[in-house]
Design a protein around this ligand. Structure first.
Ligand SMILES: [Zn+2]
Length: 311
């Protein structure tokens, strides 16, 4: 997977270098922020006076009762100023941390593999197109080690692939580019444990109320029906877990509704895979769509092969 990307493809609109924060990075970031906040609480004592002038304009509209309770209001003002300064410092600290990470990446990865990255600047030829959840804990590059140039990726709520008949959306636009232009050889849909999107799907009432989340996750309604039927004797959490995997299989079947995907799968030029990352146990299940079995009898049922469990 670490081999340099070939230069056969022409320059494309997705050829630019982009890096996403890893899931661990997000978690570390939170820890860093909290830590910095605590540390900065002590620094404030010596730095507050200079900084307060910069934020004092925010408090020009103070209520008149301040004149009747001067000491109390002064304390409130001081507290508010301290809070504002602390937030500003925390924000600055977050980006200082990102700056350090970027410069570390540049020094230790980019400059160490400069020929590879310069090739990537001209073109990309990833082996994988990955559809994963937007959840900050399940970044595929982090858990599966995808390096720049190895996986074209889209992340959405609950890692869903809508069927072709639903019309254009960000996910199938990315699929179209990856399959038809980049000619990836593997499509991988990754589900995960404790998925909030799947929970929203399983828990939503068909009461006519709408939200962006409901409008999106309803794409998985067939998986919900199947999960509810198969796991009806289990509690809600277990039903959700069942649906997390079932929805991946439905997404794999939905991939076949795109004519330009099914054609390549039928020719053996493209493979479709499912994955499930359980971050409570740190295990990863991988399986592949058995195309010939899935098409047998023309009923479009899901059939898997090459199932593996990495633990
Ligand atoms: Zn999720």
């Amino acid at each position: 997977m670490a081999s340099p990307a070939p230069l056969a493809l022409s320059r494309d609109p997705f050829g630019s270098k982009s890096l996403a924060l890893s899931s661990n990075s997000s978690m570390e970031l939170q820890g860093t922020t909290l830590g910095a906040s605590r540390i900065f609480g002590y620094q404030l004592k010596s730095e507050t006076h200079l900084r307060l002038f910069a934020v004092s304009r925010s408090y020009q509209g103070l209520p008149l009762r301040a004149s009747r309770d001067h000491s109390s209001m002064t304390q409130q003002l001081e507290n508010a100023r301290l809070e504002t300064v602390t937030k500003a410092e925390d924000a600055c600290d977050i980006f200082n941390d990102l700056k350090d990470r970027f410069l570390s990446f540049k020094k230790n990865k980019y400059m160490e593999n400069i020929e590879h990255f310069q090739n990537l600047a001209n073109a990309q030829a990833p082996m994988f197109m990955v559809i994963a959840c937007a959840d900050s804990r399940v970044c595929p590059s982090n858990i599966l080690g995808f390096q720049p140039g190895e996986a074209f990726m889209i992340r959405n709520v609950a890692n869903l692939v809508p069927p072709f008949e639903n019309g254009p959306c960000e996910t199938n636009a990315a699929l179209e580019f990856a399959v038809n232009t980049l000619k990836v050889e593997n499509l991988l849909v990754i589900g995960h444990s404790c998925c909030g999107g799947i929970r929203a799907l399983m828990g939503m009432e068909d009461d006519g109320s709408t939200s962006f989340i409901k409008s999106w996750v309803i794409v998985g309604k067939n998986a919900r029906t199947k999960a509810r039927a198969a796991a009806s004797s289990l509690d809600f959490d277990q039903q959700c877990k069942h649906c997390e995997k079932e929805s991946v299989n439905h997404s794999l079947l939905n991939l076949l509704t795109y004519p330009w995907i099914e054609e390549k799968v039928a020719k053996g030029e493209l493979s479709i895979h499912g994955g499930y990352y359980d971050f409570t146990e740190c295990t990863f299940e991988k399986w592949s769509l058995d195309y010939s079995e899935s098409k047998k009898d023309g009923n479009g049922r899901f059939a898997a092969k090459d199932r593996m469990l990495w633990c």
